[in-house]
Each structure stands twice: as structure tokens, then as C-alpha cells.
Design a protein around this ligand. Structure first.
Ligand code: UT7
Length: 328
């Protein structure tokens, strides 16, 4: 059983941060950021809540789908930057959009979150016949825990949200999800300081005593190495399950982390960059929101059309990765 994406939607905050804006905080320059990452600008949420961004994206996806929100059976929200530890962002969005018959939960698989959530949505639709539609909404405000003193990471991230409404269908669908937790300490952000007596282990505190509460730590080189291998691997492991080939894919929509990661992976796969959707230049890395943001943009611009075969490929903290190959 596959799924049909009925409608997509997205929302980004108004405030734009150019590469030059970072020269106010750290020693950097536009040329370095453009050539090493492909990023020119990104959006910043300020104090705009994550649930608000997700709600706006969800409303647009609902409008594009032409459904009544009361027909949504499940809301899955992906975020690493929820406004609350509890309740979930999904519960708030469920109320704001009037999805009064839906269950709701958050899913955190970092930048792979959207791929994990779409795969989860399909599984719910397969096993719960009374469920008609699932809303997957990816909402992130990475600026909340960006370390603006670290020039190696602060220039990468942006804020935004995007959503899809899906229903069951007999369209082609295959997926593969993976995780390598031994890499958990190369990309992390703490939410709560542990009591001193329990802070004993740890790959985290002992090795990174300088890390402050609530800020993102990234070992860029290690994450880069993981990413250039994970991107082609996630696609291949998903595709080989049903024998779909890279030549059959109309559009590759990868997590938008660094243009050099995408170019290296494209080369490894032997696929032209023309087949990759890239939004990195204007949105930067928006974690789990980056794939659906790129999908929504590609759908609305007429690039991705019904019947196209698309590959959605995520990778990120965890270290997690995941690939979905499906008919749009
Ligand atoms: O969602 C997944 C999360 N993250 C990723 O996928 C990120 C993966 N990693 C990367 O994209 C890259 O590793 C970075 C973009 C983070 C860094 O690029 P790099 O080519 O690996 O640079 P580097 O860390 O090797 O640094 C090269 C030089 C260093 O200077 P020295 O030691 O050679 O003098 C850095 O200090 O560039 C310097 N540098 C900068 N210079 C200007 C690092 N950041 C900056 C900066 N502006 N913003």
C-alpha cells in the first residue's frame, strides 16, 4: 500500500538574515559561506512560536487538499525545537486547525524527521481503516538553540515549517529508516541540565565541558562524512526493496544541509544535479522542515507533478537517516 500526497503547504517567517548579517557576531564573510555551504540567506522566527509556523503551513496544506480538517485522523508534528517540553506541538496544531477528530503526537528524528513521519503516516493508514487523512507537519526554529558565537555552525541554520496531507492509495511507495546512535555526540543540543550526581557517563559533558545549556554543538567534519555516505545509502536501501532504479526517479529531494553534501552524493549516485531540488540558497538548513519546504516549493512552481517518482532523503542528528521513494 502506498500514499497519495493530496496537498502541500509551507510557511516561513518574514525576517531574512543574509550572510553579511553574521559578520556582526562572528568572523566570517559572504564568500566563505556561499562557497562552503551554498547558503545565501535564511529566515529567522524571532519569538514567533513553532506551533504558529506549523499551523500556518498546515492550513495551506489543508487548503491545497480541499479537505475538511475534521476528517484528519492523525497529526504528526516533527520538531527538535518545540515551544514546550509538553504538550506536543502536534496537540497545539491539532486544536488550531480544527482537527477535532485527530490523535496527535510529536516525532523527533532530527533532520530525518519528515521522512520518519511520512513513513509512520503510511503505516497508520495501512493498519487503521477508519483513518482517512494524516497531516504531517514539520516545524523548526533552529535559531532558538543556535550558538551565535560558533561560526562553523551558526551560519547554517534557518527557521520554517511545511506540511502535507496524505491519504492511502495504491501508488508506488518504499522506504528505509536507519540510525547510528554511536554518532549521537557529534551533533546535539541539551534541553535540561542533569542533576550533578547523575552527570556521570558521558560522551557529552566530559568531552564538551564548554558547551552551554540549550546550544547546538556540531562537529561539522564528522557530520559531513556521515552525510555524504548516508544520502546515497538511504536512497539505495529504500529503492532496492522494490527494484526501482535511480534512472526512474524524476526528482531527488534531499535534506538541505550543504550544497557540497548534495553534489557529492549526486556524484556517488551517478545522478545529474538537475534532478535535485535545492532550496538551501534561500532557506539554509531548516532541519526536518527542509524536505517538505523543498517539496512544497517544487510542487507550487510546477516542477514536481502528479505521477512523478520522487525520492525524499533525510539525514541528521542521532545520527539518523531515512529514504522514501514514492509516486507523487
Ligand atoms: O542537518 C545536518 C547538520 N549539519 C550538516 O550537515 C553540516 C555538515 N558539515 C558541513 O557542512 C561543513 O563541515 C561545515 C560547513 C560546517 C564546515 O565546512 P568545512 O569545509 O568542513 O570547514 P572546516 O570546519 O574544515 O573549516 C575550514 C576553515 C577553518 O579555518 P582554519 O582552521 O583552516 O584556519 C575554520 O575555522 O574555515 C574556518 N571557518 C570559517 N571561516 C569563515 C569555519 N566556519 C567559518 C565561517 N566563516 N563561517
Amino acid at each position: 500500500m502506498g500514499i497519495n500526497i493530496l496537498g502541500t503547504g509551507s510557511y516561513v517567517p518574514d525576517q531574512t538574515f543574509t550572510n553579511d548579517d553574521f559578520t556582526r557576531f562572528v568572523e566570517t564573510n559572504d564568500e566563505w559561506i556561499r562557497t562552503r555551504t551554498g547558503i545565501c540567506e535564511r529566515r529567522m522566527a524571532g519569538w514567533e512560536p513553532v506551533w504558529y509556523m506549523g499551523t500556518q503551513a498546515a492550513l495551506k496544506a489543508i487548503e491545497a487538499s480541499g479537505i475538511d480538517p475534521s476528517e484528519i485522523g492523525l497529526v504528526i508534528s516533527t520538531t527538535v525545537t518545540g515551544d514546550f517540553l509538553t504538550p506536543s506541538t502536534a496537540s497545539i496544531i491539532q486544536d488550531k486547525i480544527g482537527a477535532k477528530n485527530a490523535s496527535a503526537f510529536d516525532l523527533n528524528a532530527a533532520c530525518s524527521g519528515f521522512v520518519y513521519a511520512l513513513d509512520t503516516a503510511r503505516r497508520f493508514l495501512e493498519t487503521e481503516p477508519s483513518m482517512k487523512y494524516v497531516l504531517v507537519t514539520a516545524n523548526e526554529a533552529l535559531s532558538r538553540f543556535t550558538d551565535f558565537t560558533d561560526r562553523g555552525s551558526c551560519i547554517l541554520f534557518g527557521d520554517g515549517a511545511a506540511a502535507v496531507i496524505v491519504e492511502r492509495s495504491d501508488k508506488m511507495f518504499t522506504s528505509h529508516l536507519g540510525s547510528d546512535g554511536s554518532g549521537a555526540n557529534v551533533l546535539f543540543a541539551r534541553s535540561l541540565m542533569p542533576a550533578p550526581e547523575v552527570a556521570v557517563e558521558s560522551d557529552f559533558e566530559d568531552n564538551f565541558p564548554e558547551m552551554s545549556l540549550n546550544k547546538l554543538y556540531q562537529n561539522g567534519k564528522e557530520v559531513y562524512k556521515f552525510a555524504v555516505a548516508a544520502l546515497p545509502k538511504a536512497f539505495e536501501l529504500a529503492a532496492e526493496k522494490i527494484g526501482v532504479t535511480k534512472e526512474e526517479i524524476d526528482w531527488f529531494i534531499p535534506h538541505q544541509a550543504n550544497i557540497r553534501i548534495i553534489e557529492t552524493a549526486a556524484k556517488k549516485l551517478g545522478v545529474s544535479m538537475d534532478k535535485f531540488v535545492v532550496t538551501l540558497d534561500h532557506y539554509g538548513n531548516t532541519s526536518s522542515a527542509s524536505i517538505p519546504l523543498a517539496l512544497d516549493e517544487a510542487v507550487r512552481s510546477g516542477k514536481v507533478k502528479k505521477g512523478d517518482k520522487i525520492a525524499l532523503i533525510g539525514f541528521g542528528a542521532g545520527l539518523t537517516y531515512g529514504g522514501i521513494v514514492m509516486e507523487y
